[in-house]
Write a protein that binds this ligand. Structure first.
Ligand code: TYM
Length: 343
């Protein structure tokens, strides 16, 4: 038995609309874990400002993403829903982790390389230490499990490295202060389901992302039913029909992506989808996919709009969430300060 009680934390950046990748890769597992774990879901606004954000848009995006969380099925009574910057312990623990993590570890982070682009010298320092803040988000609650999409795997490995180094560096204090042989858990990444890496609808080798200049590349949770159907109809495919076995999908990224999306939306498996549609034409499969996508996503959009009309409600959720999150984080930060020798 682990000395740590099961607790989940995860987060999304308020940098525009949530899209189908966020929903299928992460949100579906977030929703499920509400019934098995204590759950904290964070809108990571401090991560958002590692690249320039227009203040007025950021303020709105924090509320929009909160509404999207709830509209997707997170229950503010069961889950703690809050924005990161309101719980100051995230930033405080991140500083301690800046002093635990090694430069060499951060230099290996592929997401920094992708986001910083060619001119690394011009990237913010925040973007570079971004993974340390992410480790702090998780470990300030001593969370044991983190449901995310495939693209966050490397960051979660770093989180484990930081936890382990902290546990080793401060082993004597941790033991003497009665915390046993480890203060932080080695958090488990939860990356499961048929769509852990949803790809662009325009290019099956690129991840679906908010920053893609083409809106046709992604389905936003705010898209209308017509937009969703149009984007799916226009999605890139190859000349062949759908194979009847998984083996035939491997070298066909666009087909693999659409089948994975269908499976995730319909609560089925890739095998199941191929049994139903294998051997058929893409056009009829795309119609079925558009139907299931609209059926699943339209109620979310509607609910989001309804929630956003009541700004006091969203404000209350965030204030209540921050108070509950802060009550867990404060004693942990206090322990960390004692362990490190700051108090
Ligand atoms: P973000 O905001 O980029 O994405 C939020 C979640 O959506 C998943 N995701 C995808 N999954 C499948 N296919 C895709 N195309 C796709 N695009 C995004 C991401 O894996 C993620 O789970 N660094 C994080 C936010 C973060 C965080 C944390 C996550 C900050 N602190 C602590 C977990 C725990 C990020 O930028 O996610």
């Amino acid at each position: 038995m682990s000395q740590f009680s099961p607790r989940v934390l995860s987060g999304m950046q308020p940098t525009g609309n949530l899209h189908l990748g966020n929903y299928l890769g992460a949100m579906l597992n977030w929703i499920k874990m509400q019934s098995t774990h204590e759950t904290l879901y964070c809108v990571v606004d401090l991560h958002a400002i590692t690249v320039w954000q227009e203040p007025k848009e950021l303020r709105k995006a924090i509320r929009d993403v909160t509404a999207a969380y709830i509209a997707c099925g997170l229950d503010p009574k069961r889950s703690i829903i809050f924005n990161q910057s309101r719980v100051h312990e995230h930033a405080e623990l991140a500083w301690v982790f800046n002093c635990v993590a090694r430069l060499g570890w951060l230099n290996r982070m592929t997401q920094f390389k992708e986001k910083a682009g060619k001119d690394k010298e011009k990237a913010s320092v925040g973007l570079y230490v971004y993974p340390n803040l992410m480790a702090a988000d998780i470990l300030i609650y001593r969370a044991t499990a983190v449901p995310v999409g495939e693209d966050q795997k490397q960051h979660l490995e770093l989180t484990r490295d930081i936890a382990q180094k902290f546990n080793i560096d401060f082993a004597d204090e941790i033991r003497e202060q009665g915390f046993g042989d480890a203060y932080f858990p080695l958090t488990e990444p939860i990356i499961t389901g048929p769509a852990t890496r949803v790809m662009s609808l325009r290019d099956g080798t690129k991840k679906m992302s908010k920053s893609d200049p083409s809106d046709l590349s992604r389905i936003n949770l705010t898209d209308s039913a017509d937009d969703i159907a149009r984007k799916i109809r226009k999605a890139k495919t190859d000349a062949d029909g759908l194979p009847s076995e998984v083996k035939g999908l491997e070298a066909r990224p666009e087909a693999e992506n659409l089948v994975g999306i269908y499976a995730a939306l319909a609560g089925s498996s890739v095998d199941g989808v191929l049994r139903e549609f294998g051997g058929g034409q893409f056009s009829s499969f795309k119609n079925a996919l558009a139907d299931v996508a609209v059926a699943k996503l339209s109620p979310i959009t509607e609910e989001m709009n309804r929630l956003l009309a009541d700004s006091a409600y969203i404000e209350n959720v965030l204030a209540d969430g921050a108070a509950r999150a802060g009550a867990i984080a404060a004693p942990i930060m206090h322990d960390v300060k004692k362990i490190v020798g700051l108090i």
